[in-house]
Ligand binder design. Structure first.
Ligand code: ZN
Length: 216
């Protein structure tokens, strides 16, 4: 069950004090085959991020402690302006996207240090919870781009190499790049031949190639 509790935040960009709600607890009933959790009860994801009602800065709670002095960064955030309130689903998509834009800018202006693997693992939330096909495709391509790059640069943690290859395959499959998906699933199967402890992910790759399922 998802529970929330109220928090007070001070925006590190414009100094506005505002109330928000953070997640006390949450759990999921199942996962999609692209590892998206299907939460019990209310979807908590919107409350993983907090958006300043004045300037539009949006980030996880811990980033509100950041010291931000870069005038250029502040200018860029203020140019984006506060998020507009629309439907719940649309809000969720735009809020995650905004949090990702802020994260990218915080990296660019060296407010935080974050690598591309972590960026991919953040952007995946935007892809998972996109409420329209255009956004889903756009976010999927960002996630895939980062994962591909970190894979090429051998920066994927060793224990997760096959899992990430599989995930790239599954995201490609879901956005209609079937040929690319199968190429990645085959790569998982090939690498898994020498790794008996990876038989689960190999079976999953085989399943999604031959008889794709929605839920794990
Ligand atoms: Zn602000």
């Amino acid at each position: 069950m998802t529970t929330f509790f109220p928090i007070e935040l001070i925006c590190p960009v414009c100094g506005t004090e505002f109330d928000s709600q953070t997640v006390g607890s949450c759990g999921f009933a199942s996962k999609r085959t692209d590892f998206r959790p299907n939460y019990w009860g209310a979807n908590p994801v919107s409350h993983f991020y907090h958006d300043c009602p004045t300037c539009g800065f949006c980030a996880p709670e811990k980033m509100f402690d950041s010291e931000i002095v870069s005038k250029e960064f502040i200018k860029q955030i203020k140019q984006m302006g506060p998020l507009k309130k629309t439907s719940w689903e649309e809000n969720l998509t735009r809020k995650i996207e905004r949090a990702m834009r802020c994260l990218e800018l915080m990296k660019e202006y060296k407010i935080i240090e974050i690598n591309k693997f972590t960026l991919a693992n953040n952007w995946i939330n935007a892809y998972w919870w996109a409420n329209d096909r255009e956004s889903e495709l756009r976010f999927a391509n960002i996630v895939l781009g980062y994962f591909k790059e970190v894979y090429k640069q051998e920066q994927v943690p060793e224990g997760q190499i096959l899992e990430i290859l599989y995930l790239r395959g599954e995201i490609n499959r879901r956005i209609g790049n079937i040929e690319k998906a199968n190429e990645l699933f085959d790569h998982v199967l090939e690498l898994a031949q020498d790794l008996p402890d990876q038989s689960k992910i190999a079976s999953l790759a085989y399943q999604q190639k031959t008889d794709p399922q929605e839920i794990l």
